[in-house]
Design a protein around this ligand. Structure first.
Ligand code: SIN
Ligand code: CO
Length: 389
């Protein structure tokens, strides 16, 4: 494949030095330097003339489906009420009733249009991307002042929402609520967002969004910050599964152990042996990289793929496109897809990386794959992880 790029991948690869209306005229490079994880950015008309990608009815429909994560929040005389989905249409309050919000998580997994919309934000590594949530609010609806440990782009898709935002010194929460609401929220800025406007917030910036008028829809593109403890736990669990094979059955030996008068004491030599075993288990950087890639591409528990029938077997002549639910990444030595890893090198590795970056391979690129790679592509197609275009 050399370094020649096909027209298709050239078109799809993002130029991070191009000024974007989406970022208020900043280039992705400038945005990442100046704002990402540092300070908010308000963009008027990030997408000029935007019209919603999903109707209210379609969103309500999704919220009623099994396997779609949704929540209904309403604020009434008895305070906040939270209900988890699935939520049938008839269980939703009338749209004319104020003070309620429906949150539907992971809409990118369920809708191709939303999935495509989210691709505009791929100047941030996929490893950080969590999902696109859509909130629907009736007049005055909102989730109350709170903060998240997410970077988030709050894109106004329909109706108006007033956002009040601020850094908070006092992070104490109102007690006894089914959701986390700041007790002493002190906003620093206030903006009213109209369709097409967008607000970027770094993690821990407190925010309170209230719908002004009904039929307010906000798309939140959220980027998770995994914690050190969470990552360590995940990788140690995965490494532990491999460790027995990797370390073999070398046994603890103590031919120089003297007789003891304090039999309950743990021998220092055994601690040393154990420490060495753990260090050895973690000593292979490739093993750790593999565990990380597998963890990052592991589908969420509510994701399932639709295996394809064998009818089009062998028809690998055309382009391939990743399914919207597929998570695919790579590092120097591996390709990761939906929690699995493959060692890859040479031309195939370059093609697989292009597939991960562009989420598609054109006909020419497919034609250059080795027989082994074609076999893999067929297996992934069978699993419903990708489709032949
Ligand atoms: C909302 O869209 O109502 C809430 C989004 C957020 O606070 O992150
Ligand atoms: Co939030």
């Amino acid at each position: 494949m050399g370094c020649r790029k096909s027209a298709l991948s050239f078109f799809l690869t993002m130029d991070t030095t191009l000024a974007l209306p989406l970022l208020g005229g900043l280039t992705p490079e400038q945005f990442m330097k100046r704002h990402w994880q540092k300070k908010p950015l308000l963009v008027r008309q990030a997408v000029p003339g935007f019209s919603p990608l999903l109707t209210r009815a379609a969103l309500f429909d999704l919220a009623g489906q099994e396997g779609v994560e949704s929540r209904l929040l309403s604020e009434g005389k008895q305070g906040w009420k939270l209900r988890s989905g699935p939520i049938a249409r008839r269980a939703l309050p009338p749209v004319s009733q104020p003070h309620w919000t429906l949150l539907v998580q992971g809409v990118d997994l369920h809708d191709d249009g939303i999935h495509a919309f989210m691709q505009q934000f791929r100047f941030v590594p996929d490893a950080r991307l969590d999902d696109l949530m859509i909130s629907y609010a009736s007049d005055q609806g909102g989730v109350g002042p709170h903060f998240d440990s997410y970077d988030v782009f709050l894109f106004q898709a329909a109706g108006k929402r007033r956002w009040r935002i601020g850094r908070q010194k006092d992070l104490s929460l109102v007690e006894g609520l089914p959701l986390k609401i700041l007790a002493n929220f002190e906003p620093e800025h206030e903006y009213v967002l109209e369709p097409g406007d967008m607000l970027y917030l770094p993690p821990r910036w407190a925010h309170d969004g209230v719908a002004l008028g009904g039929d307010c829809m906000t798309y939140s593109i959220g980027f998770r910050q995994p914690s050190r403890g969470e990552l360590a736990r995940e990788l140690l669990t995965r490494t532990a599964d491999e460790a027995t094979d990797f370390l073999g059955d070398t046994a603890y030996r103590d031919p120089t152990q003297p007789a003891v008068s304090r039999p309950a004491e743990v021998p220092a030599a055994m601690l040393e042996f154990a420490r060495d075993a753990v260090e050895r288990a973690l000593s292979d950087p490739a093993q750790l990289a593999m565990a990380l890639g597998e963890a990052l591409t592991e589908p969420k528990t509510n994701v399932w793929f639709e295996p394809s029938s064998g009818a089009t077997d062998g028809e690998t002549g055309g382009a391939v496109v990743l399914d919207r639910r597929t998570r695919m990444m790579y590092d120097e030595r591996h390709v990761f897809i939906n929690g699995e890893s493959y060692r890859a090198g040479g031309r195939d590795a370059r093609a697989m990386r292009a597939l991960a970056d562009n989420r598609t391979l054109d006909k020419l690129e497919v034609a250059r794959l080795s027989a082994d790679a074609i076999e893999l592509v067929k297996q992934w197609k069978h699993a419903g992880w990708l489709h032949f275009a």
